[in-house]
Structure formats: C-alpha cells, structure tokens
Ligand binder design. Structure first.
Ligand code: PLP
Length: 229
C-alpha cells in the first residue's frame, strides 16, 4: 500500500471536484480515517502532512494515540457513534467529535469535559438517508437538538456531519448531501441560535467528489488512503 501516493491522488481528486463547482480546495479538509489501520500506516500518512485522523472506536483511538505520542501536533477526530459510558474517554483526548446525536450524550460529554477542564469541537450527526440502520438525529429533529446544545459550555458546535445513502444512484446520494447543506442554511438563518455551523462533514471514499460539489468542508477518507479494511 503506497499511502503517500494515495494521499496525493485524493488531494488531486479534491481539487478536481472543487474545480467543477468553482470552489477553493483550501476550503475542504481531508480527514484520513485510520480505523482498524496500524500505527505504522498512520505514520506514513503523517509523513506526507496528515495531522488529524478519524477513528470510530474510543479505545482503539486512545491506544494509537499512546503508540504515536512521539509525533508532534497529532490529533484525533472521533467519527463513530458513541455510547454515553465512553464519553469520559473521548472527553480526555479527542480533538473533535463528529457524531453527536442526542442531548443525553451531549450532557455527559459536557460534564466529563468540565471535569478535565477541556472544550471540544462537535458536529451534529444527521441521518439524511432515512436509513433505519444509521445513527444520527433525523433531519427534522436537528434544529431542536442544536438549540439544546447551546446550554453546554464545553461543547463548541461547529457544524453537521452525515453518512449518505449507500445507493449506487448518484441522485439518491446527492439528495443526502443537499439535505445537509439545506439544514445548515436553516440553522444559520435561525436568529435564536448562536454559532456559525460552518462545517459540513460529508463524503467518504466512494462519494467525496459529489459531496464537495454539494458544499462539503470535510471529507472522511478511509479505504481511498489506507486500502481495504
Ligand atoms: C469508516 C468511516 C468512513 C470512511 O469510509 P471509507 O469508505 O473507508 O472512506 C467515513 N466516515 C465514517 C463515519 C466512517 O465510519
């Protein structure tokens, strides 16, 4: 697996997608997703400039953080569903949490963050596909959740995240991205909410070009960089 070549190829594809819709590639952050991958592979991505990595499971991420503690500026984005009993782990070490989908979890994270005197950037995960097997708050429940989050001082709400439908039909996948972008517009227009909700984390190895065309500011790429899991 040539990680350096894969990262370079993904960067070209990001620039191409931006070019198609007149966006600046600097607006799109590449988040390499290293779940199940060894610390050695993460080192190779670090060597070509990657500094923050996406992980799904808190225990796995903490172990890797310890194994890679010699690397400067390395940080972790937790992108998977989190059970409240793991909130303390995430509060302790994560740089960002992208899968916030309930007030109960928000309250627990906030409490654990206060205890260690930290704040955390969070994205609200939205279920835009309507797929019952996916996590995330339903689209029409998102404004209420975001409003409730304003009470938690340790959580900095930065935007929204979604996993699109697995469909091979680009129209269905694009609909998911469009819904997330529309929801962000609604949140920004809501005067009762403070915050800028700038981040749209959407797009994975199979669909990130389309996501960028719909306004993604973060793309989460696992297989496209590290190969099959
Ligand atoms: C695993 C994962 C990814 C990366 O998926 P790939 O298809 O490997 O690019 C992105 N987002 C989330 C939430 C994931 O769990």
């Amino acid at each position: 697996m040539d990680i350096a070549a894969n990262v370079a190829a993904v960067r070209v594809q990001i620039a191409d997608a931006c070019g198609r819709v007149g966006r600046d590639p600097a607006e799109v952050r590449l988040l390499p997703v290293s779940k199940t991958m060894s610390p050695e592979l993460i080192r190779q991505a670090y060597a070509v400039g990657c500094r923050r990595f996406g992980e799904s499971r808190a225990q796995e991420a903490i172990l890797k953080a310890e194994q890679l503690s010699d690397l400067d500026d390395l940080s972790w984005a937790m992108i998977g569903h989190l059970q409240t009993n793991k909130a303390a782990l995430v509060a302790r070490f994560a740089g960002e949490f992208q899968a916030l989908d309930s007030l109960r979890l928000a309250a627990e994270l906030d409490r654990r963050l206060q205890a260690v005197d930290r704040q955390l950037d969070v994205l609200v995960e939205v279920n835009t596909s309507g797929d019952a097997s996916k996590f995330g708050v339903p689209v029409d429940g998102a404004p209420k959740l975001v409003a409730g989050l304003q009470a938690f001082d340790a959580l900095r709400v930065r935007g929204l995240m979604t996993i699109a439908s697995r469909s091979s039909d680009p129209k269905r996948v694009g609909d998911c991205f469009q819904k997330l972008a529309q929801l962000r517009r609604e949140l920004r227009d809501d005067d009762t909410l403070t915050g800028d909700f700038g981040e749209l984390s959407m797009g994975m190895s199979s669909d990130f070009g389309l996501a960028i065309e719909h306004g993604a500011t973060v793309v989460r790429i696992g297989r496209g960089i590290f190969g099959a899991r």
